[in-house]
Design a protein around this ligand. Structure first.
Ligand code: PLP
Length: 426
């Protein structure tokens, strides 16, 4: 028995499903999970000392590659002054100043501990600000696991085939309206049917929890206009895309400013951090200035801030990182596309910058319904083969591949060779 299997046997006895987040389980691909012991650069090593090229990147945060020395040093230095004080610290101010100075749409920001909290709080702020209750989300977009947003959510929820979660009362989702990604008409209709009642539209500017679905030309701009015209708050959920598609995230990449933006993942460099920010006028509804309550014992934790701020400063000071990841993305994902074509498969590869995914379908994937046409059994075969040959992918059709700055020409070449091996035997 492998050490991963031994650990899993112990884990399932004391942790539901043996994992602390459902997507870490390998249930949907009919396997037991690999336990990870350590990581460096583009590689992770499992409990049986097997090394993999990692495309999970902790689901996004490790954009510099694993165990970046500068980030690590910052964490160690900060930890030596104490782990948490439950009081204001200078580094929180530095983090907020840095983001407000560098992200044009953000005038104020508040730190939280996860993407889920960031989104939940942004929605509450938007409702408090507008005095309206309804929100619009898109089918297949995932915004964390708060009650109101577990409606037609992607990734883990999608893989498990749970459209809505048990334990979420109908009352919690009655004000959550669902539109179709890349379909402005569906949003227009909701605004018409609910005139004056919609507080916010929340969107993943690139949907990265139903695989990777790119916004069609004019989609995000259309959302911006609809929100402006109807007095609703436009929220970009940049938990994945923030500091990834470009330093300024999707807002910079697509030239659209949202009213509120949510962050997670990269902003914490692997520590539990999230944040939401935007227009001063909206952010000032938050307590203790305004009457929208929002709080956190560990929010703005100094060690987490040290990790995140160090990573953000590296990204800001080294624009070549984005050029490199863009080039690696082009090589890897276009390389996969070419191989798919060479072996006469109808499959689709969607990608933008460092994010990409393959769908085992002959349909172009532009929304949740398209994504669901992917053959998940074929995905499982692909996943098994890749893992067996040293490629660490998310164990779900509906997860993105995350490249980091540590991925190289060599890792790309090796990955493509292994992918070709899979295609040959299919
Ligand atoms: N929003 C998006 C777009 C996400 O991808 C995720 C998580 O993957 C979240 C929100 C929730 O973040 P967290 O898992 O940190 O709570």
């Amino acid at each position: 028995m492998s050490r991963s299997d031994e650990l899993f046997e112990r884990a399932v006895k004391v942790i539901p499903g043996g994992v602390n987040s459902p997507v870490r389980a390998y249930g949907s691909v009919g396997m037991t999970p690999r336990f990870i012991e350590g990581a460096s650069g583009p590689y992770v090593v499992d409990a049986d000392s097997k090394k993999y090229i990692d495309y999970i990147s902790s689901w996004g945060p490790m954009i510099l590659g694993h165990n970046n020395q500068e980030v690590l040093n910052a964490v160690i230095r900060k930890a030596e002054s104490g782990l948490s004080f439950g009081a204001a610290t200078e580094i929180e101010v530095e983090m907020a100043e840095f983001i407000c100075e560098n992200i044009p749409s953000i005038e104020m920001i508040r730190m939280v501990n996860s993407g889920t909290e960031a989104v939940m709080s942004a929605i509450r702020a938007a409702r408090g600000y507008t005095g309206r209750n309804k929100i619009v989300k898109f089918a297949g977009c995932y915004h964390g696991h708060s009650d109101a947003l577990l409606v037609k959510a992607g990734s883990g929820v999608m893989t498990a085939g749970i459209p809505d979660s048990a334990g979420v009362p109908a009352g919690a989702t009655q004000d959550t309206l669902t539109a179709v990604y890349n379909n402005l008409e569906s949003v227009k209709m909701l605004f018409e049917e609910n005139e004056g009642q919609i507080a916010a539209v929340i969107v993943e500017p690139v949907a990265a929890n139903m695989g990777v679905v790119l916004p069609k030309e004019g989609f995000l701009k259309g959302l911006r206009e609809l929100c402006t015209n109807h007095g609703a708050v436009l929220i970009f959920d940049e938990v994945i895309t923030g500091f990834r598609l470009a330093f300024g995230g999707a807002q910079e990449r697509f030239g659209i400013e949202a009213d509120l933006v949510t962050y997670g993942k990269i902003i914490g460099a692997g520590m539990p951090v999230g944040a939401f920010g935007g227009k001063r006028e909206i952010m000032e509804v938050i307590a203790p200035v305004g009457h929208v309550y929002q709080a956190g014992t560990l929010s703005g934790n100094p060690v987490a801030m040290a990790a995140g701020l160090t990573q953000l400063k590296i990204l800001k000071n080294h624009p070549e990182i984005y050029t490199h990841m863009s080039q690696m993305g082009e090589k890897l994902y276009e390389g996969m596309k070419e191989l798919v074509k060479k072996y006469g498969k109808p499959w689709k590869v969607n990608h933008i910058e460092s994010l990409g995914c393959i769908y085992f379908t002959d349909q172009d994937v532009e929304n949740y319904e398209d994504a669901k046409t992917s053959d998940t059994e074929e995905f499982a075969r692909y996943f098994h083969y890749m893992l067996e040959h040293g490629i660490h992918l998310g164990p779900s059709q509906f997860e993105a591949m995350f490249l980091s700055n540590a991925h190289t020409e060599e890792t790309t070449k090796e990955t493509l060779e292994i992918f070709e091996g899979f295609l040959k035997q299919e």
